[in-house]
Write a protein that binds this ligand. Structure first.
Ligand code: HAM
Length: 444
């Protein structure tokens, strides 16, 4: 049997990885604009971390986790999301407290804690369009200040990243799940409603009715969706305070010219949410729907569930595969490839050593450079240069080397001129423009 990647996982190679890296860099840059710092947390956590926070009523924890016993018989889980691990890290390092303060006391000047993260996550789901078992998230959490304004800021951040990546025609869906009392009242009302219809509904919904009746609203079974249409609406169960809070967030979005649709059926799949929740959807130009590009919302009890203080937070995570796939379909990744600055072409065995040194010197000047490092036929060297989308070829021959010169060929214009190797750096600087050279050095 040939070796293949594990079902639901996928390789991201070369040009594709360029696309992912580009998305991550834009994300990172915007997160920094908003005052976020990176957190790098382990891929593996004790299973308990997710049971206690992501939630025992959620599909993710109930049936999608990669959980196993390590060699010391401890139950560990490959993270299905970052939020629980971030909360665990904040509690473990008491980032909300200074050393001289007892647990549960904290200095407000340290708050909110604003972090961003990205990396692989794992969920044992049925693989399909836009759905993988190992995929990548990039997200933020803003923890320690309970405010509708920070909720709004978080949404602004998400929309700014997508705007900077070139997305158009996005659907921001938003809803409020209210505070705990609102949610309890709503859950009771849903239970009463669905109990009447449950005999006609799918097996999953039977479970949901017990564990988390709000999830029934998310059921994809058509007949169940019909029944769900007649269910009580969350907005009729919001406490006055939650309602006020929701409209405060919405009014900030209005002020920021961010368009949204209030979606009553948006309940989100993880247990920790309360108050505002949101998702962004997009249909690619090819008509493909890869699912939500991102999801997030506000939470209140997460740190407490992990042994920390009662502290609110808000956050979201992008699904990088989905972002990438829509961008690829929409041609938003077409101009990424910069190509190689210089391809050095040795002519004859006798110039190989000098060519090697030239390549190294050009790289040290900050220009991207490559070479076959072998005296192969010039014709194949030009083919290799074209493959690498090289802008210039530097052709190094023995007789010319003795005169301290080489042929520099503009591969686009097909123009060639002799240049002095002594002045190579000045030549290249004037060719590529000082600004760009600065930029090259910057990236080193
Ligand atoms: P989530 O909605 O479970 O939220 O996942 C966030 C995003 O990850 C989704 O919108 C989607 O783009 C992507 N995603 C989810 N499952 C898959 C999959 N099987 N294959 C490909 N992409 C997928 C969370 O994970 C929360 N931790 C977000 C959050 C942060 N809430 C507050 N803070």
């Amino acid at each position: 049997m040939p070796a293949i990647a594990v079902k639901g996982t996928h390789d991201i190679l070369g040009k594709e990885a360029d696309g992912y890296r580009y998305i991550e860099r834009v994300f990172e840059a915007v997160a920094q604009l908003y005052g976020y710092q990176e957190f790098r947390i382990p891929t593996l956590e004790y299973t308990d971390v997710f049971n206690r926070s992501t939630g025992e009523g959620s599909d993710v924890v109930r049936k999608e986790m990669y959980t196993f016993l390590d060699k010391g018989n401890r139950s560990v889980t490959m993270r299905p999301e970052f939020t629980a691990g971030v909360a665990r890290a904040i509690v473990e390092h008491k980032l909300y407290a200074t050393e001289d303060l007892p647990l549960k006391a904290y200095y407000t000047e340290d708050l909110p804690i604003k972090c961003f993260y990205y990396g692989p996550v794992f969920r044992y789901e049925r693989p399909q369009l836009g759905r993988y078992r190992q995929f990548h998230q990039a997200g933020v959490e803003c923890i320690g200040v309970n405010s509708a304004r920070f909720d709004a800021e978080c949404i602004c951040l998400a929309m700014q990243v997508l705007g900077m990546l070139g997305f158009k025609g996005l659907h921001l869906k938003i809803n409020s799940l209210g505070d705990e009392a609102s949610r309890k009242a709503y859950r009771d009302a849903l239970k009463a409603y669905f109990a009447e219809h449950i005999d006609d509904m799918c097996a999953d919904c039977h479970e949901r009715l017990e564990l988390n009746p709000m999830r029934i609203l998310d059921c994809k079974v058509e007949h169940d969706q019909e029944i769900a249409k007649g269910a009580p609406k969350m907005k009729d169960y919001l406490s006055e305070e939650s309602e006020k809070r929701f409209y405060q967030t919405l009014s900030i979005l209005n002020d920021m010219d961010i368009e949204y649709e209030i979606d009553d059926s948006l309940v989100r799949g993880l247990d920790y949410y309360g108050e505002v929740v949101f998702e962004v959807h997009a249909i690619s130009k090819t008509g493909a729907d890869y699912g939500a590009l991102l999801g997030g919302g506000h939470y209140d009890g997460l740190l407490e569930a992990l042994g920390g203080p009662q502290m609110a937070g808000v956050g979201f995570a992008f699904g990088l595969e989905r972002i990438y796939n829509v961008m690829k379909d929409d041609g938003l990744l077409d101009d990424l490839e910069e190509g190689l600055d210089i391809y050095v072409m040795p002519v004859g065995e006798s110039v190989l050593d000098e060519s090697f040194e030239l390549v190294s010197a050009i790289r040290n000047m900050g220009y991207t450079c490559d070479s076959p490092l072998a005296a192969i036929k010039l014709g194949s060297q030009f083919k290799k240069a074209a493959k690498k989308k090289a802008h210039y070829a530097l052709i190094v021959g023995e007789e010319e080397l003795q005169r301290g010169v080489a042929q520099l060929k503009d591969l686009e214009k097909q123009e060639q001129k002799e240049i002095s190797l002594e002045n190579l750096e000045e030549e290249l600087d004037s060719l590529f423009g000082e600004d760009e050279h600065e930029h090259h050095h910057h990236e080193e």
